[in-house]
Design a protein around this ligand. Structure first.
Ligand SMILES: [Zn+2]
Ligand SMILES: [Zn+2]
Length: 117
């Protein structure tokens, strides 16, 4: 799964899910999370009821964390990762999700302009 912001492999940090459809738009990697939010996503108390974490409008996109789980099947332990969207999951409105995505596009465009091939 690729990061919606930098376009690189997102790893198992967060996933971006459109709430109405349940469609996974992509991942949100650790370095982009730190760049955008620092550690506030880990520390804050976020709630679906409060809408977008950044502006308070309706949150249309959830950014739950991947969580590692171990399932026991007979004698085998099967490790997997999954996410849960609850009322404490961070959500963003369409505008703020768009800013996270386009912020990096701008940076890429600037880099391309400064470095003509
Ligand atoms: Zn990223
Ligand atoms: Zn917002």
């Amino acid at each position: 799964m690729l990061c919606i912001s930098c376009g690189l492999e997102a790893g198992y940090n967060r996933v971006v899910v459109e709430l109405t459809s349940g469609v996974e738009l992509g991942g949100f990697c650790r370095s982009c999370e730190i760049a955008e939010f620092g550690r506030s996503l880990e520390r804050g108390h976020w709630s679906l009821n409060e809408g977008c974490a950044l502006c308070g409008r309706d949150g249309h996109f959830a950014l739950p964390r991947w969580e590692a789980t171990a399932t026991y099947r007979g004698d085998d332990v099967v490790g997997s990762v999954e996410y849960h969207i609850t009322d404490r999951t961070l959500t963003l409105c369409d505008e703020h999700l768009h800013r996270i995505r386009s912020g990096t596009e701008d940076a890429r465009r600037r880099a391309a302009a400064e470095d003509p091939v």
